[in-house]
Design a protein around this ligand. Structure first.
Ligand SMILES: [Zn+2]
Length: 468
């Protein structure tokens, strides 16, 4: 059986400044090497100053993952030489000599399975290497230190996963949780990155690094399980090593023998004193924590009678659950949840579209009320919604501009239905033998009414006419 563990690096993108200096935490889109200072490029004589909000955000993550938070924490230097690491050491945390990192021994339940969190540590991100052309063939490597020193939380799990699917489900839940906590925006490129380690009985642990997406990590883990199993079956030992995912060939390739912890020569970062985590302060943070996704979901079901599946989708997406919270009242909550999950999420399905979205909570409120008072049909509401998303016009303007107000009542619909029956005689004759043909006729009625008829009512009336 496979044992899979994960190391997830989450940038605290909601912070203003880097972890140990006042350069911007948001390094994206800046000219290379402009977001730097003596501290984050490690010039001699510079001293780190710890970002208090960074400690608070890491505390929130530790609390949300049910970790034990120690009364005081310290920082360590992890020594290694690499061009993206200007100080030649990374300031991070380490569990040794009775010192611990931000959080340890946490747990989270995923699909009914408990995944244990070994530790959560606060650390700095290195800079970025930029290769001209592909990394294998390039002659030139450039280094940009804008990212160096940005705040990162590393989440290390126990090897509790048994298959790649569990890994994917866990990562999706974790990303939702981080977004809901307001610590990170996972839609930003590189904001949440995951490495895995895989071992199967009789073999050594193999680390998989540099995987660009969760989707690829799932594939890489799957590949590793197969590769290691086949080695063991043939009596070939599985080496302890780090492998990289080659996304073109869809295989992992050997990168280097894996460093052991002693190779990093960890020692205490003497430039940062002990940080005392006051229990009262932790309690205050806990009290101010945003409502968890599972509690939101249960509340939506219990208070508003929203179907579980809809509540699930809505609560796990912070962007839409925030919109829902602003828009709904007790009476229209269920209708608004319905509009968001069935139509709006489809119209606005990328981060780019979310940023351009012209719709606000008032629009949703108006739309739900118009549907509930039969001012417009569900179908017309969908047309109106699309228009509002693009233009931000008020619902009343959209209704009059697109002439959506005319609702076909039963008698008006019967007139149209009679016309359609006349025009499509052969389809009408087919209905007895092929009942699904009736959907074709519903479509014709919708066409004639420019989508303003209620399709459910149309179907009902058509059946009345044709089947009886
Ligand atoms: Zn700096």
């Amino acid at each position: 059986m496979a044992k899979i563990g994960l190391e997830i690096h989450c940038q605290l993108t909601k912070l203003e400044s880097k972890l140990f200096c006042s350069c911007k935490a948001n390094y994206r889109g800046l000219e290379p090497n402009t977001n730097i200072c003596p501290i984050c490029v490690g010039l001699p004589g510079s001293l780190p100053r710890l970002n208090k909000s960074g400690v608070e955000k890491a505390t929130l993550i530790s609390l949300a993952l049910n970790c034990i938070i120690p009364p005081k924490i310290s920082f360590y230097r992890k020594n290694y030489f690499y061009p993206d690491l200007p100080k030649n050491y990374q300031i991070t945390q380490f569990d040794a000599y009775g010192h611990t990192s931000m959080g340890k021994n946490g747990k989270i339940t995923v699909d009914g399975k408990e995944i244990k969190i070994r530790r959560i540590q606060l650390e700095e991100d290195p800079g970025r290497l930029i290769y001209e052309g592909s990394s294998e063939k390039t002659q030139i490597t450039l280094v940009d230190y804008n990212r160096a020193g940005t705040p990162l939380v590393e989440i290390v799990t126990e090897p509790d996963f048994e298959n790649p699917k569990q890994v994917r489900v866990f990562l999706n839940i974790l990303v939702d949780l981080l977004e809901n906590l307001g610590v990170s925006d996972p839609t930003l490129e590189g904001a949440v990155r995951a490495d895995g380690n895989v071992s199967i009985e009789g073999g050594n642990k193999v680390e998989i690094k540099n995987v660009s997406s969760f989707h690829d990590l799932e594939k890489a883990v799957h590949f590793e399980i197969t590769r290691q199993q086949s080695l063991i079956d043939r009596g070939i030992p599985v080496e302890l090593e780090t492998r990289q995912w080659d996304e073109h060939r869809k295989i992992t390739v050997s990168a280097r023998s894996k460093e052991e912890e002693q190779d990093y020569r960890y020692f205490l970062e003497g430039d940062i004193p002990w940080v005392i985590l006051n229990p009262q302060h932790i309690q205050n943070l806990k009290n101010k924590m945003p409502e968890s996704i599972s509690s939101k979901r249960d509340r939506y079901v219990a208070q508003y009678n929203i179907p579980e599946q809809v509540a699930d989708i809505l609560s796990s997406d912070k962007f839409y659950s925030d919109l829902f919270e602003q828009a709904h009242n007790k009476i229209n909550a269920k209708e608004i949840a319905n509009i968001i999950t069935t139509d709006l999420m489809g119209f606005v399905d990328t981060n780019e579209k979310r940023q351009k979205l012209k719709l606000n909570s008032q629009h949703l409120n108006d739309l739900a009320n118009a549907i509930m008072t039969n001012k417009i049909t569900r179908n017309s509401a969908k047309i109106a919604l699309q228009e509002i998303v693009n233009t931000g016009k008020s619902l009343s303007v959209v209704i009059s501009e697109l002439d959506l107000s005319h609702v076909f009542d039963e008698s008006a619909l019967f007139v149209i239905i009679d016309q359609v029956i006349k025009e499509h005689e052969s389809a009408v004759n087919e209905v007895k033998e092929k009942p699904e043909t009736i959907n074709f006729l519903v479509g014709k009625v919708m066409q004639k009414t420019k989508g303003k008829a209620d399709p459910t009512l149309t179907l009902e009336l058509l059946k009345k006419k044709l089947v009886s």
